[in-house]
Design a protein around this ligand. Structure first.
Ligand code: AGP
Length: 369
């Protein structure tokens, strides 16, 4: 097992550090930025199914559901098709309205999640076309779907999903770009910008990983907190949910993810000097609004840990701690902002002596209801 961990203390840490290479593996041969090409074998024959769809419904669970939420923002932004993201477990039991005019995307690392598999079977029985985004080759979900694209994350052993998430977003972004090109909803210049930006992501993840020492320091300062709040907006709202899930799973600290603007509708009541608030405050269309949220937290003496864009000075002044990530196009920022949050949860769990790779009560793939 020590050999399999490749010198890392835990599989989770190894998998976090593998992200630059597995993201590259996931787009290799599919994304040719210089030539302006995105080509996904499983998609080419079904482009019209997607572009003619009245709706895309994404079904998944847990972290894969969070990747689906990121995809909702990317698809609606770039492809202009309405998207709904459903917990597979809810979808399968609520007599959903679905027809052959809908396209369903099922996302699953393991390809064995019982609820997602059942949701696929239900969608197929109602005539929908079902596309899979799976990591495990030959898994039940990859066999049950009509077509699909594999993520090339390699085996993910840690129960807390890390590299599966970023490779899922990589695949979903490529699908969105291919469809946007086919549908004509993206200009050639924007298309090229996205391709080049996606190609740069592995190096930028590498850069984000270099803040690990700083994050270890932040983890030591907050490891005894009883609760955490995670806030993000737009593309980074799902990242806030994912950051909170990671912390809950492996450190057993209660954490909630929230859209930053919803704070005033309830969670703000929780904020006092005992409450660390992780805010994703990168440069984006929502930057000024997130800065005002930070002011509101500060006024109530909450502790602020902010994920900021490299070179940020405004939030740096206001936050107790910052974790920097490089700049990229807004739709791709989840690939970077999620990195410090993975490391934060990892270090806190290690400091609390938790079983990081096999947290209590959890299984790597949930093959029962
Ligand atoms: C993530 O850290 C979890 N362990 C869990 O939420 C997981 O993402 C979920 O069970 C879905 O698994 P799948 O991607 O294999 O379908």
């Amino acid at each position: 097992e020590q050999i399999e961990k490749g010198g890392y203390d835990h599989f989770m840490l190894k998998e976090i550090y593998e992200q630059p290479s597995v993201i590259k593996d996931t787009y290799r041969g599919r994304l040719l930025a210089d030539q302006g090409i995105v080509r996904l074998g499983g998609l080419e024959n079904y482009i019209e199914k997607f572009t003619n769809a009245q709706r895309i419904i994404i079904v998944a669970c847990g972290t894969s559901w969070h990747a689906g939420l990121v995809a909702e923002y990317i698809f609606e932004d770039l492809v202009r098709i309405p998207v709904e993201v459903e917990y597979a477990s809810e979808f399968r039991y609520r007599n959903p309205i679905i027809s052959e005019k809908d396209v369903v995307i099922a996302i699953s690392q393991s390809g064995e999640t019982a609820d997602t598999l059942a949701a696929i079977k239900l969608a197929k029985s109602k005539g929908a076309f079902v596309y899979g985004v799976c990591n495990v080759v030959g898994s039940s979900i990859s066999r049950e779907t009509h077509s699909g694209t594999y993520t090339h994350a390699g085996p993910e052993i840690g129960v807390a999903s890390t590299k599966a998430f970023t490779t899922q977003i990589t695949v979903l972004a490529m699908i969105a770009l291919r469809l946007a090109k086919a549908k004509g909803t993206i200009s050639q210049s924007d298309f090229m910008l996205y391709l080049r930006a996606l190609e740069l992501i592995p190096n930028q993840v590498e850069e984000a990983l270099k803040t690990d020492d700083k994050i270890t320091e932040i983890s030591a300062a907050f490891k005894d907190a009883r609760n955490f709040l995670y806030l993000g907006r737009g593309y980074n709202f799902p990242v806030a949910l994912e950051g909170a899930l990671k912390l809950k799973e492996i450190s057993y600290i209660h954490a909630e993810g929230y859209p930053a603007a919803e704070m005033k509708h309830g969670p703000i009541a929780l904020i006092d000097e005992q409450m660390p608030v992780v805010v994703i405050a990168i440069k984006s269309d929502h930057y000024d609004k997130v800065v005002s949220n930070i002011q509101e937290i500060k006024a109530r003496k909450g502790k602020i840990i902010a994920v900021v864009s490299k070179g940020d000075t405004v939030v740096k002044e206001m936050a107790d701690y910052v974790m920097e990530v490089p700049h990229t196009m807004e739709a791709l920022t989840p690939l970077l902002t999620t990195i410090p949050l993975q490391l934060l949860s990892y270090h806190i769990a290690v400091m609390l002596n938790r079983n990081v790779d096999q947290p209590r009560n959890l299984a790597k793939s949930v093959t029962v209801e």
